[in-house]
Design a protein around this ligand. Structure first.
Ligand code: SF4
Ligand code: SF4
Length: 77
């Protein structure tokens, strides 16, 4: 199962990762980080596809995805 790590303090709450996720398993917390931003969280890790689109679309490099294979394999280029 892919593992997603979100850096709470790097996140600025832009929600781009939420929009990018094809499985729609990301959301935003009600809590705020030290900079006063609501930050991204994984709501249902079991449904993660390991596609890395969340990490690719994060402008602040706040997400790391640990998954087998490559993005190219996921999309079957
Ligand atoms: S790796 Fe893909 S499916 Fe998993 S949380 Fe990121 S965008 Fe969503
Ligand atoms: S794209 Fe990055 S900065 Fe924006 S909400 Fe997601 S983790 Fe936070």
């Amino acid at each position: 199962m892919p593992k997603i790590e979100i850096s709470v303090e790097r996140c600025k709450g832009c929600e781009r990762c939420n929009d990018a996720c094809p499985a729609k398993i990301l959301g935003m917390t009600q809590k705020l980080n030290a900079r006063g931003y609501s930050y991204a969280q994984v709501n249902d890790r079991r449904k993660c596809l390991g596609c890395r689109l969340c990490a690719i679309n994060c402008p602040d490099l706040a997400i790391e995805v640990f998954a087998e294979g490559t993005t190219y394999e996921f999309f079957h280029y």
